[in-house]
Every structure is written in C-alpha cells, then in structure tokens.
Design a protein around this ligand. Structure first.
Ligand code: CA
Length: 246
C-alpha cells in the first residue's frame, strides 16, 4: 500500500542520529529526495538537544553512539515529547531489539539496510501515528477495556496495571488494544502486522514478535499467549470479570 507517487507530501522533519558520516549523509539525502527535511545529529547528547529544538516528526536513531548511546537518548527524547523512533541496530540481535523497543522505539532496522526500505518503514511509521490519532478522535466514545487489574483506555491511550500507569509506545499500545478488544482470540502475526503496522508484507512478522516481547517485559509474560506457529492472543488477568453472568 505504498504510494508510488506523492505529489503533495505533508512536510516532515526527520532527525537522523548516526555517527558514521557517510551513512548519515546517505540517509539524509534519501529523506530529502523523498520531499522531507532531514537534520543530522552525530551523538546522543546532541540528538536530545536537537529533538528539543526541532520537534521532529520522526527520529531515526542509531544505538551505538558516542557521548550517550541511542537507548538513553531515545528515553530522554520520549520523556520530553512523544515522537516515533526507528532504531538502527548494528547486529541482528534479539536482545538489542528488545532493549531498543523497551526504551520506547517503535520499530528497528538491522544494518546494513536498503535506503529504500528505510524510507518505506518511515512512511509506514508516520502513517501509523497519523492513523492512531484519527482513530483516537473517532473513538472518543470507545469504552474503556476493564479487566480488573488491567485497564486499557483507548480514548486517552493509557494503560493502568494494578493502579499504576504503564508507559507504552504508540505501537505497543495499538498492539495491546488490538489483541485486548477480542480477549482469548488468536490473531495471526500477518493479521497483526496489517492491522497494527499497516504493513501487509509478511516478511516483517518478526517485528510483531519483538513488540510482543517488549509488551511482556512491561506487563508480565502471562498477558499475551503464544499460539505456536500461528500468532498471539490476549489473556485477561485471572480476576477479570469478562462476561458478567446473569
Ligand atoms: Ca554508530
């Protein structure tokens, strides 16, 4: 569902945080060619400052950076102002991804990647954020999902577990809300990828797995059940009063 031509593009500012000058330049050029504005920061501390000044629409964040690493920089940027973050990892390491996603990144790419795919991912991420905003507006009357010790409020996009607010990234929230609207139903990975990520390409199903890991890390591992070889289902907490009996 990629636009092949986009004559009237919404102006976007993308902050590229990358300490390898050649790569930073290549990414920035690609962003500019796509009709967006690119700004480059080459270490974590200047990234935090730049994000505060520029208020970018999206941040592309390398993990390994001088002065302050990409994980810490992401946490600080998001604490100041929520913004979608696409993280760049040098290794195809699951641990890196989970750490990155639990720091608040919404998506990640493993180096080396094709600039074309990077832009496609950025577009998907921006579309998703836009869509979530529209959905939130349209769903102003959507009722709160109350599972006792876990409360999901789609309108305010907040999650309360045992009386405490759990901070989820926009993607994590959408994934959880999608699953929780139909408790105990198994969703295929491909279906989740399409519904939550607006990304019909099944090659990205590992993204779903990584975000489920991040969610389990934040909410406890029992909340999301794995249906092996198929997908995932939301398991309401034990005390949840799902269907009030007459
Ligand atoms: Ca680096």
């Amino acid at each position: 569902m990629l636009n092949t031509s986009a004559p009237q593009k919404t102006p976007r500012t993308i902050l590229v945080v990358e300490d390898e000058p050649d790569l930073a330049t290549a990414i920035a050029q690609r962003i500019t060619a796509n009709g967006w504005t690119a700004r480059v920061a080459s270490d974590g501390a200047s990234a935090v400052r730049a994000a505060g000044q520029l208020k970018p629409d999206l941040v592309i964040m390398d993990i390994m950076l001088p002065v302050m690493d990409g994980i810490e920089a992401t946490k600080r940027i998001i604490a100041e102002r929520p913004v979608p973050v696409l993280m760049l990892t040098a290794r195809d390491s699951e641990a890196d991804k989970v750490i990155g996603l639990s720091a608040g990144a919404d998506d990640y790419m493993t180096k080396p990647f094709s600039p074309r795919e990077l832009i496609a991912r950025c577009e998907a991420l921006l579309r998703r954020v836009e869509r979530a905003t529209i959905i939130a507006k349209n769903n102003e009357n959507e009722k709160v999902l109350d599972f006792g010790s876990l409360i999901i409020d789609p309108r305010q996009r907040i999650v309360i577990q045992n009386g405490e607010q759990v901070h989820l990234t926009p993607t994590e929230f959408d994934l959880l809300a999608t699953l929780a609207r139909r408790p105990k139903s198994v969703f295929k990975r491909e279906k989740l990828l399409e519904e939550v990520w607006d990304w019909p390409d099944a090659s990205g199903t590992r993204t779903v797995d990584s975000h489920v890991k991040a969610l389990r890390h934040k909410l406890g591992s029992d909340m999301i059940r794995t249906a092996h070889g198929v997908g995932y289902a939301f398991e309401p907490p034990e005390n949840a009063d799902l269907a009030p009996e007459a």
